[in-house]
Ligand binder design. Structure first.
Ligand SMILES: [Zn+2]
Length: 920
C-alpha cells in the first residue's frame, strides 16, 4: 500500500515539460482531438525530449525527420535510460539501419533474454507440458511490437513513435508504469527506411517549390505500396527483417501503423476471415479494437471505428508474420495529414455516415493537422498497451493455446494431415524452392527416408513431406488450399486466391491419413538443393536440355551468353528418350565448353544430356537478346516486381524509362522491351502528368539527397507521348519484341498499335486477384514451349482481350490469305473455355465473361511482335509457373513466327481442353 501511494505521489509530482506541453496544445486543432494521455509531456531531467533532440515537437506542420535522426533519437534514449534498449533489425537495400527499441521497466529490461526465451518456448507447445506452459505463462510478459511507416507517404507514425518512446521511458503516471511493468513494448519507428527518406526529401522539396508534390515514384528498391503484400513469399529485405524480428522476440502482437481513412480505423476486418487464422485471434482482434474504440469515444474523440475497411482474408500482409504464427497481427489507419500539413476535413457521406460499426463517425468542417493524427495514434496505442499489460498472462496463455490448437488441427480430421511434394517432378528446382520458402516460414519440412503410401498418396524415398501437426501447420494449409471466397461475401480488399502450388506450377498432394506422422521422415535441416548434372558428356556431339519451363533454362542461356545454342521446333527422340518442342541444343565444342555447361547445369539444377550426334530436327538459333525493362514515372509498383524477378534470377537488362522510348537511336540498342503494368489509365501513361508549373525533377541534389538512386530525370511529368508511341511502333515494325502486361496492354490497343485486338468491358464479371485455369491454344508458338495443356495463371479482373476472328471469303487467293494470317494476332494461351472449370482458387462471378478469352496474345507488328499478357506473369514473386511464358519470349525473340497458324479462326480451341490436374 505504501508503495502505491508513493507511486501516485510521484506521478502527481512529476513536473510537466511546459514548453513542450504548450506546443502540443497549440498544434492540436481542437481539444477534442486529444486525450489526457497525450495532451502534455512529462519532464525528466536526464532524458532528452524529441524537442531537445530534434528541435521540434512531433506534429509540427512542415517538419518530418529523416531515418538517421529518428534512429539517433532512439539511441539517445538508450544511452539515457536503462528502460530502453535499441537492437538492430537489419539493413535496408540501400544500407539504412532498421531498429527495434525494446521498452520496459529496468528490472524487466535487465532480463529481456529471459522473457524472449519464455515467448519462444510458448511458441512451440510440442516441447511443453500443460504444467510447464502454465509456469512459463506466469513467469512471462507479453511482447507488443509497433511498427511505423511501412507505407512511405503515411508519415505520422515515426514522429509519433519517438514521442511515445519518450513518454514510456520518462513518464511516471500509473498507466505508463503499468505498461512498463506489464508488457515489453517493441518499437520499430520506420519499417520502410529507404522510402521514408525519399518521402521526407519530396515533402521538403515541395515546401520550397510552391507546394508542387512529385509522386513518390520509388519507395523501396523494388516495392512501393506492395511492401506489405510480401508475407506469402517473404522476398523483400523488409519482410525478412520483420520475420527475423518476430523470431527474435515471438511477440504476442504485431501492430502496423497506417494512415488513410478518417480518423482512426482499428482493424477487425469484415470477413470472410482467412481459414488459417485461429478463432481466438479473430476474437483478440475485436477485443483490442473495441477496447480502443470505447476508451477513445469515452474521451470525446470522434471517428474511431472498426469493421468496414479490410477483409481479413489474404495472408500477404506484413502483419501476417504474426497472424500466421499464432500471434496477433493488427493495424490502424489514422487520418492522413498529407505529409505534415493541415487541411479542412471535407469527407464524402460514406465516410461520415452512422453505421453499427461507426456510431460515432468522423466529422466534416474541422481543421486537421499532423498533430491530431499523432494524438489519435498515440492515445490508442497507449490504451492497447495498457490493456495487454493488464491481461498479460491471458495473452500469453492464448498465444500458447493457439499453438496447441494449430497442432491439433493438423491431426483432428478437419483438413489434411500433411502435404507431399514429389522431389522428382518436371519442375524440381521450383519444387525445392517451394520447400525452401516453407523453411523460411519456419514450417518444418521432412524427407521420406523410404517410400510409403499414406491416404491415396504414394510417397517416394527422398520426397518432401510437410506434416501439419506443427505450430505453423495452419499457415502451410493456407498456402496450399483452394481459397473459396463467396460471391456474397463483403468486397475483397486484395487478392482472393493464392494457392501456391498452382501459381508455381509445382506438383503437390494433400495427405489425409494420420499414419503419415509415423512414417520414416527426416527433418530437413538445410535448404533443399537440386543437384544439376551433365550426363553422358564423353564424346558428345551436342548437349540437350529438356524444356521444363524451369527458370533455370533462361538463366542458363544468359549465363553462357557467348555460347551458340539452338532450340528444336519439333519434338524428337534420341534412342528411347523423347524431347519436346523447344529442347535446347548446344553443339559440343571442346573441354572448356563441357566444363562451363557442367558448372552451369550443376548450379542451376538442370539436367543436361550429352548425345553422340546432333539431333535431326528443325531448329532455330537462340540468339541472346538485348533486353530493356521500361518504367513509367507515374509509379513503379508493378514494374518493381518484374525487376525483382529479373534481378533475383540474374537475367540481364537495361533499365529504361518512358522518356527513352522517344529516342529512336536508343531503341535500336534493344531487341526486347518489357513494359510492365502501370496502374494508371492509358491516356495518363501516354500523356504523363499535367505540364503546368515548374519542372518536377527526380534526382539526387542538395535538397533531395535520397532521390535518383535507380533512375533520374529533370522532369518526370512527360509520359511516353505520341512521339514515343510512334517511335515504338516503328521499332516493332523493324523486328522489335515488346511484352506488355495487365490493363496496361490497353495503351497499345487503344492507340492502334495492336491491330486486331480490342478490350471488352466487363459486365458482371468479378475476378479479383485469383487463380484461373488457362489452356495452351497454340503449342507451336515458342512462347508455350515446355508447357502442358493447361496451367494455372494469376489474373486480376482486367483486361478482357478480344481478338478479331472474322472469316475470309473462301474464294480468296490463298497467297493473300497466308499474308493475312501472318498479320493476325496469335492467341497463344486462353482462359479455359468451360466456365465451371475455369476457377482454380479465389473468387469468380460471371465466369462466362472470362471463359475462353485470350490470356496471352502474340500480335504481329511488321516484322516484330507485341506480346500482350492479360495475365500477370510476374505477380509479386508468386507466379513462377508463368515466368517461362515471358522468358520464352526472351529466348525465342526473333523466332516467334515459327509455326504461325494459317487458320483464320484463332479464337476457337484447336484441341479439346483438359479439365485435368493442374501442374506437371
Ligand atoms: Zn498503409
Amino acid at each position: 500500500m505504501f508503495d502505491v501511494l508513493l507511486l501516485v505521489a510521484a506521478a502527481l509530482q512529476q513536473p510537466l515539460d511546459t514548453l513542450y506541453t504548450r506546443k502540443i496544445r497549440e498544434l492540436t486543432t481542437e481539444p477534442r482531438f486529444n486525450t489526457e494521455l497525450t495532451d502534455h509531456l512529462p519532464a525528466h531531467s536526464a532524458i532528452p525530449t524529441p524537442l531537445q533532440a530534434l528541435g521540434y515537437v512531433p506534429g509540427e506542420p512542415g517538419r518530418l525527420s529523416y531515418v538517421a535522426d529518428i534512429t539517433r533519437y532512439f539511441r539517445l534514449l538508450d544511452a539515457a535510460s536503462p528502460r530502453l534498449t535499441v537492437f538492430e533489425l537489419g539493413t535496408s537495400d540501400e544500407g539504412r539501419p532498421m531498429i527495434i527499441a525494446a521498452i520496459a521497466d529496468s528490472a524487466t529490461s535487465e532480463h529481456l533474454d529471459r522473457y524472449r526465451a519464455i515467448t519462444a518456448a510458448l511458441a512451440d507447445p510440442r516441447r511443453l507440458t500443460a504444467d510447464s506452459a502454465a509456469r512459463l505463462v506466469a513467469a512471462g510478459k507479453p511482447i507488443y511490437w509497433a511498427t511505423g511507416s511501412i507505407h512511405s507517404p503515411e508519415t505520422g507514425s515515426p514522429e509519433m513513435l519517438m514521442e511515445l518512446a519518450y513518454r514510456l521511458v520518462a513518464g511516471e503516471s500509473p498507466l505508463l508504469r503499468q505498461i512498463r511493468e506489464g508488457v515489453i513494448t517493441l518499437i520499430t519507428p520506420v519499417t520502410e527506411v529507404d522510402g521514408r527518406d525519399r518521402m521526407v526529401d519530396i515533402y521538403r522539396w515541395s515546401k520550397a517549390h510552391q507546394n508542387v508534390r512529385p509522386p513518390l515514384v520509388y519507395w523501396g528498391k523494388y516495392t512501393a505500396h506492395d511492401n506489405n503484400r510480401d508475407a506469402i513469399v517473404l522476398s523483400q529485405v523488409l519482410t525478412r527483417a520483420v520475420l527475423r524480428g518476430f523470431f527474435d522476440w515471438h511477440p504476442q502482437v504485431l501492430h502496423d501503423l497506417h494512415e488513410s481513412v478518417p480518423f482512426l480505423y482499428t482493424s477487425t476486418g469484415t470477413g470472410p476471415y482467412n481459414k488459417g487464422v485461429d478463432a481466438i485471434t479473430v476474437n483478440e482482434w475485436h477485443e483490442l479494437a473495441y477496447h480502443e474504440i470505447t476508451e477513445l469515444t469515452k474521451r470525446g474523440l470522434p471517428g474511431v471505428w472498426a469493421h468496414n475497411f479490410w477483409d481479413g482474408w489474404a495472408p500477404n500482409y506484413m502483419f501476417w508474420v504474426a497472424n500466421g504464427r499464432n500471434a496477433i497481427g493488427r493495424f490502424y489507419e489514422t487520418y492522413t495529414s498529407r505529409g505534415a500539413d493541415c487541411h479542412t476535413v471535407d469527407l464524402p457521406e460514406r465516410s461520415t455516415s452512422v453505421h453499427w460499426y461507426r456510431p460515432n463517425p468522423p466529422i466534416n468542417g474541422v481543421r486537421w493537422c499532423i498533430r491530431n493524427n499523432i494524438n489519435y495514434q498515440q492515445s490508442a496505442l497507449l490504451l492497447a498497451l495498457h490493456h495487454v499489460s493488464r491481461n498479460g498472462a491471458r495473452y500469453l496463455d492464448q498465444f500458447y493455446r493457439k499453438g496447441v490448437r494449430a497442432i491439433a488441427r493438423g491431426t483432428d480430421g478437419r483438413g489434411p494431415n500433411a502435404f507431399h511434394i514429389p522431389a522428382a517432378q518436371a519442375r524440381r528446382v521450383e519444387a525445392a524452392a517451394l520447400v525452401n520458402l516453407l523453411r523460411l516460414h519456419r514450417i518444418e519440412v521432412y524427407r521420406a527416408a523410404r517410400g510409403f503410401t499414406a491416404g491415396d498418396v504414394t510417397v517416394a524415398a527422398g520426397d518432401y513431406v510437410v506434416p501439419l501437426n506443427q505450430p505453423y501447420g495452419p499457415l502451410a494449409e493456407d498456402l496450399f488450399s483452394r481459397q473459396d471466397y463467396g460471391p456474397d461475401d463483403p468486397r475483397p480488399y486484395d487478392d482472393t486466391g493464392w494457392t501456391l502450388q498452382y501459381l508455381r506450377n509445382v506438383a503437390l498432394h494433400a495427405i489425409s491419413d494420420t499414419t503419415v506422422f509415423r512414417r520414416p521422415l527426416t527433418l530437413l535441416t538445410e535448404d533443399a538443393r537440386v543437384a544439376g548434372e551433365l550426363q553422358d558428356a564423353a564424346r558428345a556431339a551436342a548437349y540437350l536440355i529438356a524444356p521444363t519451363t524451369e527458370t533455370g533454362l533462361a538463366q542458363f542461356r544468359f549465363a553462357l551468353a557467348d555460347v551458340r545454342m539452338f532450340a528444336s521446333d519439333d519434338s524428337f527422340a534420341v534412342g528411347p528418350r523423347r524431347y519436346g518442342r523447344g529442347t535446347t541444343i548446344i553443339p559440343a565444342a571442346g573441354a572448356d565448353l563441357e566444363r562451363r555447361v557442367r558448372q552451369a547445369a550443376e548450379s542451376l539444377g538442370l539436367t543436361v544430356i550429352g548425345v553422340r550426334a546432333l539431333p535431326d530436327v528443325r531448329r532455330h538459333e537462340l540468339e541472346v537478346p538485348r533486353v530493356g525493362l521500361v518504367h513509367s514515372w507515374l509509379r513503379t509498383q508493378d514494374e518493381g516486381w518484374v525487376r525483382y524477378a529479373f534481378d533475383r534470377l540474374g537475367i540481364p537488362y537495361t533499365y529504361l524509362n518512358v522518356h527513352h522510348l522517344k529516342d529512336r537511336a536508343r531503341l535500336k540498342e534493344f531487341d526486347v522491351l518489357v513494359f510492365p503494368h502501370v496502374n494508371n489509365n492509358p491516356q495518363q501513361i501516354v500523356n504523363g502528368l499535367p505540364m503546368v508549373g515548374p519542372p518536377v525533377p527526380w534526382r539526387k541534389s542538395a535538397e533531395t539527397p535520397n532521390l535518383g538512386v535507380l533512375d533520374s530525370t529533370d522532369d518526370l511529368r512527360p509520359g511516353i507521348g505520341l512521339d514515343g508511341l510512334d517511335a515504338l511502333a516503328d521499332w516493332l515494325a523493324e523486328g522489335g519484341v515488346l511484352l506488355a502486361e495487365g490493363p496496361t496492354t490497353a495503351v497499345f490497343i487503344e492507340y492502334g498499335i495492336a491491330r486486331g485486338v480490342t478490350i471488352e468491358r466487363a459486365r458482371q464479371l468479378r475476378a479479383p486477384g485469383a487463380v484461373f485455369r488457362a489452356s495452351v491454344r497454340d503449342a507451336g508458338s515458342p512462347l508455350t514451349y515446355g508447357y502442358p495443356d493447361t496451367l494455372a495463371v494469376y489474373f486480376n479482373q482486367a483486361p478482357l482481350l478480344e481478338v478479331d476472328t472474322s472469316r475470309v471469303p473462301e474464294d480468296q487467293d490463298p497467297a493473300i490469305t497466308r499474308e493475312q494470317a501472318r498479320m493476325r494476332p496469335r492467341v497463344v494461351l486462353a482462359f479455359h473455355s468451360k466456365r465451371d472449370s475455369l476457377r482454380l482458387s479465389g473468387l469468380l462471378v460471371a465466369g462466362e465473361e472470362l471463359a475462353g478469352k485470350p490470356a496471352v496474345v502474340d500480335v504481329p507488328v511488321g516484322r516484330g511482335h507485341l506480346i500482350l499478357f492479360a495475365i500477370r506473369p510476374f505477380w509479386r514473386w508468386q507466379t513462377q509457373g508463368s515466368f517461362a511464358l515471358a522468358f520464352n519470349a526472351l529466348l525465342h525473340w526473333n523466332d516467334l513466327d515459327i509455326d504461325w497458324p494459317m487458320d483464320l479462326q484463332p479464337a476457337a480451341p484447336r484441341v479439346a481442353e483438359s479439365d485435368g490436374h493442374v501442374g506437371p
